[in-house]
Design a protein around this ligand. Structure first.
Ligand code: 13P
Length: 252
Protein backbone atom coordinates (compact mmCIF):
# COMPACT_ATOMS: atom_id res chain seq x y z
CA UNK A 1 0.00 0.00 0.00
CA UNK A 2 1.39 3.32 -1.02
CA UNK A 3 0.12 6.86 -1.14
CA UNK A 4 -1.90 8.91 1.31
CA UNK A 5 -4.57 7.28 3.48
CA UNK A 6 -7.67 8.48 5.25
CA UNK A 7 -8.95 6.22 8.03
CA UNK A 8 -12.33 7.03 9.57
CA UNK A 9 -12.63 6.16 13.24
CA UNK A 10 -16.37 6.13 13.83
CA UNK A 11 -15.91 5.52 17.57
CA UNK A 12 -19.21 4.48 19.22
CA UNK A 13 -21.43 5.95 16.52
CA UNK A 14 -23.83 4.70 13.81
CA UNK A 15 -26.53 2.03 13.80
CA UNK A 16 -26.27 -0.98 11.46
CA UNK A 17 -28.63 0.75 9.01
CA UNK A 18 -26.64 4.00 9.08
CA UNK A 19 -23.41 2.06 8.53
CA UNK A 20 -24.87 0.18 5.55
CA UNK A 21 -26.17 3.44 4.08
CA UNK A 22 -22.77 5.13 4.51
CA UNK A 23 -21.03 2.26 2.74
CA UNK A 24 -23.49 2.32 -0.17
CA UNK A 25 -22.99 6.06 -0.62
CA UNK A 26 -19.21 5.81 -0.31
CA UNK A 27 -19.01 3.13 -3.00
CA UNK A 28 -21.10 5.29 -5.35
CA UNK A 29 -19.14 8.49 -4.66
CA UNK A 30 -15.49 7.39 -4.41
CA UNK A 31 -13.56 6.37 -7.52
CA UNK A 32 -11.82 3.00 -7.58
CA UNK A 33 -8.49 4.75 -7.03
CA UNK A 34 -9.84 6.77 -4.07
CA UNK A 35 -11.33 3.66 -2.51
CA UNK A 36 -7.85 2.09 -2.25
CA UNK A 37 -6.83 4.88 0.11
CA UNK A 38 -9.78 4.77 2.50
CA UNK A 39 -10.23 2.72 5.67
CA UNK A 40 -13.35 2.53 7.85
CA UNK A 41 -13.08 1.69 11.53
CA UNK A 42 -16.58 0.83 12.82
CA UNK A 43 -17.47 -0.26 16.33
CA UNK A 44 -17.62 -4.08 16.64
CA UNK A 45 -21.42 -4.36 16.70
CA UNK A 46 -21.77 -2.88 13.21
CA UNK A 47 -18.67 -4.46 11.69
CA UNK A 48 -20.77 -7.10 9.93
CA UNK A 49 -22.75 -4.51 7.95
CA UNK A 50 -19.56 -2.69 7.00
CA UNK A 51 -17.78 -5.91 6.00
CA UNK A 52 -20.72 -7.09 3.88
CA UNK A 53 -21.24 -3.70 2.27
CA UNK A 54 -17.58 -3.23 1.37
CA UNK A 55 -17.21 -6.61 -0.33
CA UNK A 56 -15.92 -6.13 -3.86
CA UNK A 57 -14.91 -2.50 -3.21
CA UNK A 58 -11.41 -1.14 -2.72
CA UNK A 59 -12.19 0.32 0.72
CA UNK A 60 -10.61 -1.53 3.64
CA UNK A 61 -11.96 -1.73 7.17
CA UNK A 62 -10.69 -2.52 10.62
CA UNK A 63 -11.51 -2.70 14.30
CA UNK A 64 -11.21 0.05 16.88
CA UNK A 65 -9.86 -2.34 19.50
CA UNK A 66 -9.21 -6.04 20.06
CA UNK A 67 -7.76 -8.39 22.63
CA UNK A 68 -4.47 -10.19 22.06
CA UNK A 69 -5.87 -13.71 22.42
CA UNK A 70 -8.00 -15.23 19.68
CA UNK A 71 -10.53 -17.01 21.89
CA UNK A 72 -11.23 -17.93 25.49
CA UNK A 73 -12.73 -16.60 28.68
CA UNK A 74 -12.36 -12.88 28.02
CA UNK A 75 -15.81 -11.47 28.59
CA UNK A 76 -16.58 -8.41 26.53
CA UNK A 77 -13.50 -8.53 24.32
CA UNK A 78 -13.18 -8.82 20.52
CA UNK A 79 -11.07 -11.56 18.95
CA UNK A 80 -8.51 -10.42 16.39
CA UNK A 81 -8.73 -13.70 14.46
CA UNK A 82 -12.52 -13.38 14.24
CA UNK A 83 -12.10 -9.81 13.02
CA UNK A 84 -9.72 -11.09 10.37
CA UNK A 85 -12.12 -13.83 9.36
CA UNK A 86 -14.78 -11.16 8.87
CA UNK A 87 -12.46 -9.36 6.48
CA UNK A 88 -10.78 -6.75 8.67
CA UNK A 89 -7.35 -5.69 7.51
CA UNK A 90 -6.57 -3.19 10.28
CA UNK A 91 -7.13 -2.60 13.97
CA UNK A 92 -6.40 0.45 16.09
CA UNK A 93 -4.14 -0.13 19.07
CA UNK A 94 -3.86 2.27 21.99
CA UNK A 95 -6.23 5.02 20.90
CA UNK A 96 -6.05 7.69 23.60
CA UNK A 97 -9.65 6.91 24.59
CA UNK A 98 -8.56 3.31 25.27
CA UNK A 99 -5.51 4.50 27.18
CA UNK A 100 -7.32 7.16 29.21
CA UNK A 101 -10.92 5.98 29.75
CA UNK A 102 -10.16 2.25 29.88
CA UNK A 103 -6.67 2.48 31.39
CA UNK A 104 -5.04 0.17 28.84
CA UNK A 105 -1.40 -0.26 29.82
CA UNK A 106 1.56 -0.17 27.43
CA UNK A 107 2.48 -3.82 27.87
CA UNK A 108 -1.02 -4.88 26.82
CA UNK A 109 -0.79 -2.65 23.75
CA UNK A 110 2.51 -4.32 22.80
CA UNK A 111 0.81 -7.72 22.97
CA UNK A 112 -2.08 -6.53 20.82
CA UNK A 113 0.30 -5.08 18.24
CA UNK A 114 2.25 -8.34 17.99
CA UNK A 115 -0.92 -10.47 17.91
CA UNK A 116 -2.33 -8.47 15.00
CA UNK A 117 0.90 -8.68 13.04
CA UNK A 118 1.10 -12.43 13.64
CA UNK A 119 -2.33 -12.78 12.04
CA UNK A 120 -1.24 -10.75 9.02
CA UNK A 121 -3.33 -7.75 10.04
CA UNK A 122 -2.02 -4.19 10.21
CA UNK A 123 -1.99 -2.54 13.65
CA UNK A 124 -2.51 1.22 13.65
CA UNK A 125 -0.67 2.19 16.81
CA UNK A 126 -1.88 5.50 18.27
CA UNK A 127 0.35 7.79 20.33
CA UNK A 128 -0.06 11.33 21.56
CA UNK A 129 0.61 13.72 24.40
CA UNK A 130 -1.88 15.38 26.72
CA UNK A 131 -2.24 19.13 27.13
CA UNK A 132 -0.18 18.91 30.32
CA UNK A 133 2.57 16.93 28.59
CA UNK A 134 2.82 19.66 25.97
CA UNK A 135 2.72 22.46 28.53
CA UNK A 136 5.61 20.86 30.41
CA UNK A 137 7.63 20.13 27.25
CA UNK A 138 7.22 16.39 27.57
CA UNK A 139 5.76 15.78 24.10
CA UNK A 140 8.84 14.16 22.62
CA UNK A 141 9.50 11.99 25.66
CA UNK A 142 5.87 10.81 25.80
CA UNK A 143 5.34 9.97 22.13
CA UNK A 144 8.71 8.25 21.76
CA UNK A 145 8.11 6.19 24.91
CA UNK A 146 4.59 5.20 23.80
CA UNK A 147 5.94 4.19 20.38
CA UNK A 148 8.85 2.13 21.76
CA UNK A 149 6.66 0.31 24.26
CA UNK A 150 3.88 -0.48 21.77
CA UNK A 151 6.43 -1.78 19.27
CA UNK A 152 8.45 -3.73 21.85
CA UNK A 153 7.35 -7.14 20.53
CA UNK A 154 6.47 -6.07 16.99
CA UNK A 155 8.14 -7.36 13.83
CA UNK A 156 9.66 -4.62 11.65
CA UNK A 157 9.43 -6.86 8.58
CA UNK A 158 5.63 -6.94 8.83
CA UNK A 159 3.32 -4.00 8.03
CA UNK A 160 2.47 -1.55 10.80
CA UNK A 161 1.08 2.00 10.82
CA UNK A 162 1.50 4.75 13.39
CA UNK A 163 -0.97 7.53 14.22
CA UNK A 164 -0.01 10.73 16.02
CA UNK A 165 -3.05 12.06 17.84
CA UNK A 166 -2.40 14.82 20.37
CA UNK A 167 -5.02 14.16 23.06
CA UNK A 168 -5.88 17.87 23.36
CA UNK A 169 -6.74 18.03 19.64
CA UNK A 170 -9.17 15.09 19.64
CA UNK A 171 -12.79 16.12 19.28
CA UNK A 172 -12.00 19.64 20.44
CA UNK A 173 -11.84 21.48 17.13
CA UNK A 174 -8.40 22.61 18.28
CA UNK A 175 -6.19 21.23 15.53
CA UNK A 176 -2.43 21.11 16.07
CA UNK A 177 -0.50 23.71 14.09
CA UNK A 178 1.42 22.59 11.00
CA UNK A 179 4.66 23.25 12.92
CA UNK A 180 3.57 21.06 15.83
CA UNK A 181 2.46 18.26 13.52
CA UNK A 182 5.61 18.33 11.40
CA UNK A 183 7.80 18.33 14.49
CA UNK A 184 5.99 15.40 16.12
CA UNK A 185 5.96 13.37 12.91
CA UNK A 186 9.69 14.03 12.47
CA UNK A 187 10.32 12.80 16.01
CA UNK A 188 8.26 9.66 15.32
CA UNK A 189 10.03 8.97 12.02
CA UNK A 190 13.35 9.13 13.88
CA UNK A 191 12.06 6.77 16.58
CA UNK A 192 10.91 4.36 13.87
CA UNK A 193 14.36 4.54 12.24
CA UNK A 194 15.96 3.56 15.52
CA UNK A 195 13.51 0.67 15.75
CA UNK A 196 14.05 -0.51 12.18
CA UNK A 197 16.46 1.34 9.89
CA UNK A 198 15.52 -0.93 6.97
CA UNK A 199 11.74 -0.48 6.98
CA UNK A 200 11.03 2.77 8.82
CA UNK A 201 10.56 4.86 5.68
CA UNK A 202 7.74 2.59 4.56
CA UNK A 203 5.69 2.96 7.75
CA UNK A 204 2.81 5.42 7.25
CA UNK A 205 2.42 7.99 10.02
CA UNK A 206 -1.13 9.39 10.16
CA UNK A 207 -2.17 12.58 11.90
CA UNK A 208 -5.40 12.65 13.90
CA UNK A 209 -7.13 15.36 15.92
CA UNK A 210 -9.85 17.65 14.55
CA UNK A 211 -8.97 16.98 10.90
CA UNK A 212 -11.57 18.70 8.69
CA UNK A 213 -11.90 19.52 4.99
CA UNK A 214 -10.69 23.07 5.75
CA UNK A 215 -7.38 22.06 7.34
CA UNK A 216 -6.63 18.86 5.46
CA UNK A 217 -4.63 20.35 2.58
CA UNK A 218 -2.24 22.28 4.82
CA UNK A 219 -1.66 19.22 7.04
CA UNK A 220 -1.31 16.80 4.12
CA UNK A 221 1.45 18.97 2.64
CA UNK A 222 3.74 18.40 5.64
CA UNK A 223 6.79 16.14 5.74
CA UNK A 224 6.13 12.71 7.18
CA UNK A 225 2.34 13.10 7.17
CA UNK A 226 1.20 10.04 5.23
CA UNK A 227 -2.49 10.12 6.02
CA UNK A 228 -5.18 11.08 8.52
CA UNK A 229 -7.06 9.31 11.30
CA UNK A 230 -10.38 11.12 11.35
CA UNK A 231 -13.07 11.01 14.01
CA UNK A 232 -16.09 13.33 13.77
CA UNK A 233 -15.53 14.34 10.15
CA UNK A 234 -15.50 10.70 9.00
CA UNK A 235 -19.16 10.20 9.90
CA UNK A 236 -20.44 11.77 6.67
CA UNK A 237 -19.32 10.49 3.25
CA UNK A 238 -19.05 13.99 1.78
CA UNK A 239 -16.80 15.22 4.60
CA UNK A 240 -14.53 12.17 4.43
CA UNK A 241 -14.15 12.45 0.66
CA UNK A 242 -13.54 16.20 0.82
CA UNK A 243 -10.72 15.59 3.28
CA UNK A 244 -9.17 12.97 1.02
CA UNK A 245 -9.59 15.05 -2.13
CA UNK A 246 -8.18 18.20 -0.52
CA UNK A 247 -5.16 16.22 0.62
CA UNK A 248 -4.56 15.14 -2.98
CA UNK A 249 -4.42 18.72 -4.23
CA UNK A 250 -1.14 19.27 -2.43
CA UNK A 251 0.40 15.85 -2.98
CA UNK A 252 0.06 15.11 -6.67
P1 13P B 1 -11.69 13.95 15.83
O1 13P B 1 -11.34 13.94 14.35
O2 13P B 1 -13.16 13.92 16.09
O3 13P B 1 -10.96 15.02 16.56
O4 13P B 1 -11.15 12.55 16.44
C1 13P B 1 -9.85 12.16 16.18
C2 13P B 1 -9.68 10.76 16.61
O5 13P B 1 -9.69 10.44 17.79
C3 13P B 1 -9.53 9.74 15.56
O6 13P B 1 -9.08 8.54 16.09
Amino acid sequence: MTGFFCAGNWKMNKTPEQAAQFVRQLKESATAEEQKHLVLLPTALIAYEVAQGLKGSGVAWGGQNCYFENSGAFTGESSPSLMKEMGAKFCLVGHSERRQIFAEPDDMLAKKTAALQNLGMIPIVCVGETQDDRRWNRTQEVIVRQTRLALASADPSKPIWLAYEPVWAIGTGQVATPEQVEEAHGILRKALKEWSAMTSDRIPILYGGSVKAENSASLAALNNVNGFLIGGASLAVDDLLKIYRNSQTVRS
